[in-house]
Design a protein around this ligand. Structure first.
Ligand SMILES: Cc1cc2nc3c(=O)[nH]c(=O)nc-3n(C[C@H](O)[C@H](O)[C@H](O)COP(=O)(O)O)c2cc1C
Length: 341
């Protein structure tokens, strides 16, 4: 209700200014406690999630508001992407609302304050609720694998899980890390780094994959102890769009990504079966979308773009309705329903 009133004012602002204002508001608003355990609770990669609906990376790049996000009813919050060193990202404008399409195009380019301040903030919080840290590589890094290792090492003590993001389209060459040789080198370096007590590591992939990529990625993930795949990041493809910013360069997210992200999730599920947990993301805006993704094989889901259009009450609305859908279809838990679609 309040968001209905505030939305026109937020939408009148340049999108990045609106985002900054949202983060500032979340920083000062008294935050509610994280969701408690209930019928939607689910265990994935050894982590107890109070519900399967998480906030995707990119909203809280600097780990400023994870607890406020959890207080909105999300079952988990993924902060980042964070690179070892601070970097400004691409020149503005770099974030576009495609209102008619319920979509977003961004070419932010990993703008973030670097690992040190984010780590200090995460270390200072009371560990309540599930927070993942998504790590990336600096644009000008001479050794990108070393950047991922540095991120994993730094954030392991303060994260419930870590995400290795090799799928942002806005850092030139980054997605090459998904190719056969480079992915094996990256994942084996990460496996070598992980020590007892390290949290599980998820791998986040692009939706723009060719035939054969899925098998390779699943094999590499299983070979190197990756705990789950996040499917997917934004797309560089351009389905038919009606908004004036449709031709901006960058990654497209929101409603027009939904069918592609769902199709890629299904392919990964068909190859990996239940062996490798999948986290479905891309165009999820309702309980029906979340449920469809779970039935298609996602153990957890995430969203970001829909929050722009639906407002901060979205997580609670989705989880409430998701419980009804679960019961309607005769399931007693989310885990039971995964991949039954
Ligand atoms: C403005 C913006 C910034 C993003 N930044 C990141 C990022 O830093 N790291 C990352 O892994 N994904 C990032 N993403 C991708 C989202 O996490 C998500 O995978 C994608 O937007 C699809 O989900 P959605 O359709 O619900 O938005 C970003 C998305 C948007 C819209």
């Amino acid at each position: 209700m309040l968001y209905r009133l505030a939305a026109p004012a937020l939408f009148a602002l340049e999108p990045e200014a609106a985002h900054r204002l949202t983060i500032a508001a979340l920083r000062i608003a008294p935050s509610l406690p994280p969701a408690g355990t209930g019928p939607l609770a689910t265990m994935v990669a050894g982590i107890a999630f109070p519900n399967p609906v998480g906030l995707a990376a990119g909203f809280d790049k600097n780990a400023e508001v994870p607890d406020a996000v959890l207080g909105l009813g999300f079952g988990f919050a993924e902060v980042g992407s964070i690179t070892p060193r601070a970097q400004p990202g691409n020149p503005r404008p770099r974030l576009f609302r495609l209102e008619q399409d319920r979509a977003v195009i961004n070419r932010m380019g990993f703008n973030n304050g670097g690992a040190e301040p984010a780590l200090a903030r995460l270390a200072a919080r009371k560990r309540r609720g599930v927070v993942g840290v998504n790590v990336g590589a600096n644009k000008d890094s001479p050794d990108r694998i070393a950047d991922y290792l540095a991120g994993i090492r730094a954030f392991a003590p303060v994260a419930d899980y870590l995400t290795v993001n090799v799928s942002s389209p806005n850092t030139p060459g980054l997605r090459d890390l998904q190719s056969e040789g480079e992915l094996a080198a990256l994942l084996s370096a990460i496996a070598g780094e992980r020590q007892a007590g390290y949290p599980p590591v998820f791998l986040k992939v692009a939706p723009d994959l060719a035939d054969g990529d899925h098998e390779r990625i699943v094999r590499a993930a299983l070979d190197h102890g990756i705990a789950g795949l996040i499917v997917a990041n934004t797309t560089v493809s351009r389905p038919a769009l009606g908004s004036r910013h449709a031709d901006e360069t960058g990654g497209l997210s929101g409603a027009p990504l939904k069918s592609l992200a769902l199709a890629q999730l299904k392919r990964f599920r068909a190859i990996a079966g239940a062996e490798l947990p999948l986290i479905g993301v891309g165009g999820i805006a309702s309980a029906e979308d979340a449920w469809e993704r779970i039935r298609a094989g996602a153990s957890l889901v995430q969203l970001y773009s829909a929050l722009v259009y639906e407002g901060p009450g979205l997580a609670r609305r989705i989880t409430r309705a998701l419980e009804r859908l679960m019961r309607r279809d005769g399931f007693g838990s989310i885990a039971e329903a995964v991949g039954t679609g």
